[in-house]
Ligand binder design. Structure first.
Ligand code: ADP
Length: 369
């Protein structure tokens, strides 16, 4: 079983644009790894360096423990699936799938066995004789996947393979790719700018920004303990709310002044603030870690919740949940409610913030406390 290891990999284009810096990571056997981040953060460059489509400026790459840094793409035994499918328009789906194998002089019976297997996995049987223009976007994507599968590579590299599909098909193909991964039991390295794709499919996620890794972890790890403000804001939808807070010590007690209110910091919250020794912090609250107080009596300290006055501006009803946009003092917040509540734009209500689920970050380094 294959592993892929990147050691301090760097890429600068024309010795000017630094696209990837000090990228180190070992991708485990059978792992579904997703590289995610905003446009231009270096995801595709990283993937293309693994594929051998882009040279590595500095650092080392190992596949199965073997140094392949300077080896050409065709000797790396890796298959790449692109966003635009890159199918030959004049060839049928079948011909597209077998073209690479014929070039490699794979015996005919072996080619037929592999195509048959891939066609079953991807449900392509009836489409094999069609040309790309006679196929829908989703079908073309399946042919592109089929062409990768028949190569029986050590790893599949995918660059935004679902971006050209409509929203519904994307959701469907996400499930299909997860099933395909389980079935093939091979490394998948998948590039996307969409954090939902990353969260739903990945065993581990690598979050990148400006060519650098921000955090590596399972979907639960990066969601529950974001390493910095960027990750907190990037993972999760709608994004985490951020507010500046002031830490005030009164004797042994510790208070957080935030959005013009005094928050009671107790338990682990107080410990984290005390240990930081900071006077200013960045407070992160996920939209789903707040509720609307139902009655005036819904109280604060006994339930580990902080009560805040909330001016409701916009209510978005989404069926399964609702998003309430509004302000607490000068701060704009979004609250996600998972059940229907009578709330209207213009109302003045109270929020209950779950104090055990708030995040603290350093105000300058933006690192998690
Ligand atoms: P992403 O896939 O995250 O959108 P890329 O890896 O494509 O990002 O690009 C990372 C950075 O490298 C960007 O600043 C981009 O403009 C630059 N870049 C990408 N390809 C080239 C190239 N062939 N020549 C010069 N700069 C490039």
């Amino acid at each position: 079983m294959a592993t892929i290891e990147l050691k301090q990999v760097n890429k600068s284009y024309d010795n000017q644009v630094s696209a990837v810096e000090d990228f180190s990571l070992t991708i485990g056997e059978k792992e579904f790894l997703v590289l995610v981040g905003p446009s231009g953060c270096g995801k595709s460059t990283t993937l293309r360096m693994i594929a051998g489509l882009e040279t590595i400026t500095r650092g080392d790459l190992y596949i199965d423990g073997e140094a392949v840094t300077h080896r050409p793409a065709k000797e790396r035994d890796i298959a790449m699936v692109f966003q635009n499918y890159a199918l030959y328009p004049h060839m049928s789906a079948y011909e597209n799938m077998v073209f690479g194998l014929k070039m490699k002089k794979v015996p005919r019976e072996e080619i037929q066995r592999r195509v048959k297997e891939a066609a079953v996995i991807l449900d392509l049987d009836d489409l094999l004789q069609r040309k790309p223009k006679e196929l829908s976007g989703g079908q073309r994507q399946r042919v592109a996947l089929g062409r990768a599968i028949v190569r029986e590579p050590k790893a599949f590299l995918m660059d935004e393979p679902l971006s050209n599909l409509d929203a519904k098909l994307r959701v469907q193909m996400r499930t299909e790719l997860s099933k395909l991964h389980q079935r093939l039991q091979t490394i998948f390295v998948y590039v996307t700018h969409d954090q939902v794709e990353a969260m739903t499919m990945a065993d581990r996620i690598v979050i990148m920004k400006d060519g650098r890794i921000q955090q590596i972890g399972t979907p639960a790890e990066v969601y529950e303990t974001p390493a910095n403000v960027f990750v907190g804001g990037f993972i999760g939808s709608p994004p985490m709310n951020f507010m500046k807070g002031q830490v005030v010590r009164e004797g042994d007690a510790l208070q957080l002044i935030c959005a013009g209110e005094k928050w009671q910091a107790a338990g682990s919250t107080a410990t984290r603030l005390a240990e930081s020794g900071l006077q200013q912090v960045m407070v992160g609250i996920r939209p789903e870690n707040m509720q609307l107080a139902e009655t005036a009596a819904d109280n604060v300290t006994d339930s580990g919740h902080q009560r805040l006055p909330f001016q409701v501006e916009v209510v978005e009803y989404l069926g399964a949940n609702m998003l309430v946009h509004g302000t607490v003092g000068d701060h704009r917040l979004v609250v996600s409610l998972n059940h229907r509540q009578g709330v209207k734009a213009g109302e003045c209500r109270h929020l209950l913030v779950n104090m055990n689920q708030i995040h603290f970050f350093h105000p300058e380094t933006e690192l998690r406390l």
